[in-house]
Design a protein around this ligand. Structure first.
Ligand SMILES: [Zn+2]
Length: 423
């Protein structure tokens, strides 16, 4: 059956205007909804007799579940972000943010411009529900109605998107930040539409540092500039939150200078691991062990992965290249994290460079002696490590930029001695 025939059939069954049915049906089909499903949803929308018998009943935000096919909520708009995404091969502008009522809050994606602004109180009729990042999210499309509502729900959430960098979380959208650009590098990537220039760098404020990407490289995002950036979204990049500046973001140079935290965010190990990833964090603890894969190691010359017995998982038999690396387990009493030191930092704490390590291995006729030496120097001592923390199913890893011994206080030394004696 052609679309025309479906439209005719539906319009006569439902006793509604053909043009209206056509518009709805074309929309659904355009989003790749199978025709029978699309017809079913229009039958539900208009009700079999045209009376709207199946209109969703009003739902509290907290009760919305991904199992609901569609819902109606009355809520206040907290945030509105705008960006464009690639949807089925086309650029599509979407609006995203959060709504709240007295029962809770929920994120939404609007595929149509409903002209929402923070503080608007609206009744959203017939919104779809999908699961996003483990939570229900409202989908506002062509068949959704948005109308002003009376009575402002009494909610305790922040309106608008202003946040400090430390408060940004992966999945946030429509956020505004005031920060100083501390690094900015333009580079060319092989994007979906061929080669394109982007800007990569680091933003800092009083609370934290975070990497950012500007997909439309802007002159204002220069090293040393203090800026207000509106309408950014946050994605995970290499295990840490990353600020995404899009075509719809606005950048304004500030006349004041944003204060920047000099060191990384100081946190306890458990607290840091629980955030799921921190871009620049400082942890302090005792090295309790050196893991396998430390010392004089070999890497695949093609991909840089650490290899054993000249075998790379991706590249098969290769001529491995020597390198130095340390994986130290740091424990601060609240939790443990694996601190990864690449060549230069390893050389500092090992007290020799790659050539020294090779020489030591040759003399001993054993490559493991390098790891043993590192173990001897590290284990049982207190260190301060600073770098990027990422957390995945295999554990927490801190890619260290800085690693230095901490002067132990006499009290620490006494308790360490005591522990030694009591063994
Ligand atoms: Zn390889």
């Amino acid at each position: 059956m052609e679309l025309d025939e479906h439209v005719e059939e539906l319009a006569s069954d439902l006793d509604v205007d053909e043009a209206e049915v056509r518009r709805d049906l074309e929309n659904l089909v355009q989003y790749s909804v199978p025709i029978e499903e699309a017809k079913g949803s229009l039958r539900r929308k208009y009700g079999s007799g045209g009376g709207g018998s199946d209109e969703p009943t009003p739902t509290d935000v907290a009760d919305v579940s991904p199992e609901d096919s569609n819902v109606t909520v009355t809520a206040v708009v907290l945030t509105v972000g705008k960006r464009s995404i690639r949807y089925q091969g086309d650029e599509q502008v979407i609006y995203e943010g959060e709504l709240a009522d007295e029962s809770g809050r929920i994120s939404y994606t609007a595929w149509v411009d409903f002209d929402l602004s923070p503080d608007d109180v609206v009744t959203v009729g017939n919104a779809g529900v999908r699961e996003w990042e483990g939570d229900p999210e409202l989908n506002l499309g062509e068949s959704t109605s948005v109308s002003p509502a009376d009575g402002r729900p009494d909610v305790d959430y922040e309106f608008g998107g202003d946040r400090s960098l430390a408060d940004l979380r992966v999945g946030d959208r429509g956020r505004n930040v005031e920060a100083k650009v501390v690094e900015a590098d333009r580079r060319t990537i092989d994007g979906r539409d061929g080669e394109t220039d982007i800007l990569d760098g680091v933003l800092a404020d009083e609370t934290a540092r975070l990497p950012f990407t500007d997909w439309e490289p802007r002159e204002q995002l220069r090293e040393g500039e203090s800026v207000r950036i509106e309408n950014v979204y946050v994605r995970e990049f290499r295990g840490v939150p990353s600020v995404n500046v899009s075509a719809f973001s606005t950048v304004e140079t500030l006349s004041r200078e944003v204060e920047v935290a000099e060191s990384g965010t100081r946190m306890g190990v458990r607290e840091a691991v629980e955030t799921g990833g921190v871009y620049d964090v400082e942890l302090e603890g005792t090295v309790v062990a050196i893991r396998d894969g430390s010392g004089l190691i070999q890497r695949c010359p093609e991909c840089g992965r650490v290899i054993q017995n000249d075998e790379c998982r991706s590249h098969g038999r290769v001529d491995g290249e020597d390198d130095l690396r340390t994986k130290a387990i740091l424990d601060d009493g609240t939790g443990t994290v694996t601190v990864v030191l690449q060549r230069d930092l390893t050389a500092e704490v090992y007290g020799g460079d790659l050539d020294d390590a090779r020489q030591q291995a040759r003399d001993a006729m054993d490559r493991e002696v390098v790891a043993d030496e590192i173990r001897e120097r590290f284990v049982g001592r207190a260190y301060r490590a600073r770098g990027h923390l990422s957390v995945d199913d295999f554990g927490a890893n801190l890619e260290a930029n800085d690693f230095e011994a901490v002067e132990e206080s006499p009290a620490d030394r006494a308790s360490a001695l005591l522990a030694e004696v009591q063994r």
